[in-house]
Design a protein around this ligand. Structure first.
Ligand SMILES: Cc1cc2nc3c(=O)[nH]c(=O)nc-3n(C[C@H](O)[C@H](O)[C@H](O)COP(=O)(O)O)c2cc1C
Length: 383
């Protein structure tokens, strides 16, 4: 049983090959945004109300139309299935058990059909990249719908993949096959290697029908080229026409883009800098959350991700106006550490951390936390 996300991170480092740990743990460029996500949250202070008489806190809420026992969802993490046998299916089951949703990556190893067969698809979202090949994109959307998914999350902050120094040093995502260097790192993790070699699903199953490579390494090198770098609001309008369920944009940071999402008929946005993996130097989403909330009005669900490592971080985001929070690396570390139960441990940490934090803050439920909002926080006037 891990007692913190940081512990799970250290354990993950010991369990999986270096190239895989670095792929998960690292960010773009100098990793300024990666660090900024953590420091922005650490810099927000609470102003707890004492003697509120509540004594308990109800963490139940609804995110993007899906009931949650607490306001956290699993963020899409491409190729997470490499971290442990059963991969994304184990994570989806852990999320379902914890009473929260999972947003399945377009680049999950397990197919959306197989994940949706393992859990109630009403608790799943599907994350889509818009490919240059629109027929391929439409087909993927149709598959998610046919699998029973009703919430589609379109990621819009990834027109190109920037230099990620750790991946570049390891030669990951440039090599189209397992190089001697990568293989050597695998040999240093025999337990992981044993589990991985016994599995049939060592490729991105969602991409299998589209002929994008026969191995994970070939696929990983190909996906950057497949994503259309020139998508625009007209593509979002086309998706709005195509998708009859809830449509969410992921990867927005600006208030004006948030307002545009409202007029484009979207149901929600996920404010995100992609966990510091895309534009290095981009602000942390919690820094722009309050302004985006103000720009959106009440009609749009806003979630946020990037750097959430404690239940109290989630409480801060809700006080700033978010409906909920997505976590990426924390569940990936949990998966690497202990499969389904490792993810479950991480979710328990978040749930109890949110509950305890709310009681200490003096707020009895999510509605009260959000209604009092910034009144719960100490906002430094000097910024
Ligand atoms: C290893 C890894 C792979 C990711 N793959 C995807 C992806 O396929 N699609 C996507 O929209 N975001 C992807 N993300 C970004 C996450 O969805 C999320 O925005 C980010 O991890 C949040 O930051 P956190 O890791 O600090 O929680 C990935 C993140 C990581 C760490």
């Amino acid at each position: 049983m891990v007692i913190s996300v940081e512990d799970a991170r250290h354990e993950a480092r010991r369990r999986v090959p270096r190239w895989l740990f670095d792929y998960v743990d690292g960010g773009a460029g100098a990793e300024h945004s990666l660090g900024r996500n953590l420091s922005a949250l650490a810099g927000i202070g609470f102003l707890p109300s004492v003697l509120s008489g509540a004594g308990t806190a109800d963490t139940g809420t609804t995110l993007f139309g899906i009931a949650h026992r607490f306001p956290v969802a699993l963020a899409p993490v491409g190729m997470a299935g490499m971290l442990a046998p059963g991969g994304e299916i184990a994570a989806a089951m852990a999320a379902a058990r914890a009473g929260i949703s999972m947003c399945v990556s377009h680049f999950a190893l397990a197919s959306i059909e197989d994940i949706a067969a393992a859990v109630d698809p009403a608790g799943l979202m599907f994350q889509l990249y818009i490919f240059r090949d629109r027929a391929m994109t439409r087909d993927m959307v149709g598959r998610a719908w046919a699998a029973g998914v009703r919430t589609l999350v379109v990621t819009v902050d990834t027109p190109v993949t920037p230099l990620r120094l750790r991946d570049a040093r390891n030669g990951f995502r440039s090599a189209t096959r397992l190089s001697g260097r990568l293989a050597g790192q695998c040999l240093l993790r025999p337990r992981w290697l044993h589990g991985t070699l016994r599995r049939p699903d060592r490729i991105i199953r969602n991409l299998e029908p589209y002929g994008m490579g026969q191995t994970l390494f070939a696929q990983a090198a190909a996906i950057g080229r497949a994503i259309d770098p020139a998508i625009g609001w007209d593509d979002i309008a086309a998706l709005r026409d195509l998708w009859k369920g809830r449509l969410i944009l992921k990867g927005i940071l600006r208030p004006d883009d948030t307002a545009r999402a409202v007029s484009a008929g979207l149901d929600g946005v996920i404010l995100s800098n992609h966990g510091g993996r895309q534009l290095d130097g981009a602000v942390s989403p919690v820094e722009t959350l309050a302004a985006c909330r103000d720009a959106a009005g009440s009609g749009l669900d806003i979630c946020v991700d990037g750097g959430f490592r404690h239940g109290t971080d989630v409480v801060k985001a809700l006080a700033l106006g978010a409906q909920g929070v997505l976590i990426g690396r924390p569940w990936a570390y949990g998966l690497a550490t202990g499969g389904m139960s490792g993810v479950g441990d991480i979710l328990t940490l978040f749930h109890t951390g949110i509950q305890t934090g709310m009681i200490l803050l003096g707020t009895p439920d999510i509605a009260d936390l959000r209604a009092r909002g910034r009144d719960h926080l100490h906002i430094d006037p000097a910024g």
